[in-house]
Design a protein around this ligand. Structure first.
Ligand SMILES: [Zn+2]
Length: 113
């Protein structure tokens, strides 16, 4: 029981560290980009070690192929192709797609039964 409790506590701390590391990466990305990549790398490792998910909004700030910290307009290119956001990493040239929902227009998808 105590052990379970402790595990949760550690995961909580790990989650906070990940958030903090991304904040640090954000603050240093302009002055020292390699340092930001390093922070992202550490955050990723903490996530793996403690099996903590990196929150979706933070995951979008890193390249899942090369682990680079992504800054739109500087280290990555962001484009919309109708149904997804396409993020191209300028370091490795690979693309990551995220679906997005738009509320203004209804999607032309077939209606589900
Ligand atoms: Zn990359």
């Amino acid at each position: 029981m105590t052990r379970k409790h402790r595990k949760r506590w550690i995961k909580n701390i790990a989650g906070q560290q990940i958030k903090r590391l991304f904040e640090l990466a954000e603050s240093i990305s302009e002055a020292r980009p390699p340092m930001a990549d390093r922070y992202v790398h550490i955050a990723r490792r903490i996530g793996m070690r403690h099996r903590v998910r990196i929150p979706a909004h933070l995951k979008r700030r890193m390249c899942k192929h090369c682990g680079k910290y992504l800054v739109p307009g500087r280290t990555c290119r962001v484009r919309l192709n109708g149904t997804c956001v396409v993020v191209t990493c300028l370091a490795c040239g690979k693309q990551t797609r995220y679906p997005y929902h738009h509320d203004r227009n209804h999607t032309p998808n077939k209606e589900r039964e």
